[in-house]
Every structure is written in C-alpha cells, then in structure tokens.
Design a protein around this ligand. Sequence first.
Ligand SMILES: *[C@@H]1O[C@H](CO)[C@@H](O)[C@H](O)[C@H]1NC(C)=O
Length: 166
Amino acid sequence: MLMPQPLLLCRPLFLSCLIISHLLYTTWADVGIAGRYGPPYLPTACYGGDSSEFPTNNMFAAVGDGLWDNSASCGRQYLVRCISATAGFCTPGRTIQVKIVDHASASSATIVLSLTAFTTITNSTSSFINIEFQQNLWNQINFLQVDGCQALISFPGSILSSVLRF
Ligand SMILES: *[C@@H]1O[C@H](CO)[C@@H](O)[C@H](O)[C@H]1NC(C)=O
C-alpha cells in the first residue's frame, strides 16, 4: 500500500510544532499589558549610563512593579507576543524576545517595550496592547525572531545563528 509522502513528512513536524508552541505559549505564558517608550533610554535603573547592555537589535524593555522583582529582573529575557490591539493590529504569528534593562515604576503596564520591540509585534497607534509573555528560561538560546513555528536563534556571545523549525 502506498502511503502519501507529504503526510509522512508533515506529521512529525506538525506534532513538534504543536508541542513547542504549547511550551512557548500555553504552559507558562501569562497575559498582561504592554506599553511602549521612546528615547532617551538612558540612564536605566539596571545599568545606569551603560549603553553596552542594550541588545544590538534594540529588542529591550522596562518592567512594571509586578515583574521588577527588586531588580532581579535586570537582564532577564522575555518572550512576548501581541494577542490583541486597539487602533491597529497585532503582527500575525510574531513573537519577540526582549531583554529587561529598566524599571517602569510609574507605569500600569506589565512591561514597557522599546519602540523597535513594540512596532515589531503591532502597528497599533495606541499606547497599550494586550500581550502573552513568559520568561525565556533557556539562557543558552536567544530567540532573535519567532514567526509561527520558525525561530531564528543564536547562542549568547556567538555571532552564529541558525533557523529552528518546530
Ligand atoms: C495595520 O495593519 C493592518 C493590516 O496590515 C492595516 O489594514 C491597517 O491599516 C494598519 N493600521 C495602521 C494604524 O497602520
């Protein structure tokens, strides 16, 4: 009997896609509100006047009181995706990783994204969007770009990056 080839090829991919997106989005993800902020980004509550702590791709954020954790949040990496927006739309299937560099003590948002980070996941002209987020606990992996079931990853301190298909 002939098995349809595409099905054989697709099924494991589809399954691992489901498992990873489950890990990424369902198991530990929380729901919150993301705001946005613009320059000047210095000084920061985490690193003072040191601009070398900003990721070169400008994907960084400040956390509100809930995630601040008495500054223990500095340097943590969060995966963030937009789940709904007013005055605009979420970028479909797009998840970003941001590094925490500051404390947004006066903000009612869970996390306040750099302009680059905010405009990557939404084209909303509003100051706030609804997000799903979780800490990236795999410190050895940086998620540079996650689109649906495909991620561009790199390892800290490495210039090499590769594409991971879930
Ligand atoms: C946002 O993107 C959507 C879909 O691409 C588009 O229809 C809409 O006009 C854009 N809105 C703004 C505020 O740019």
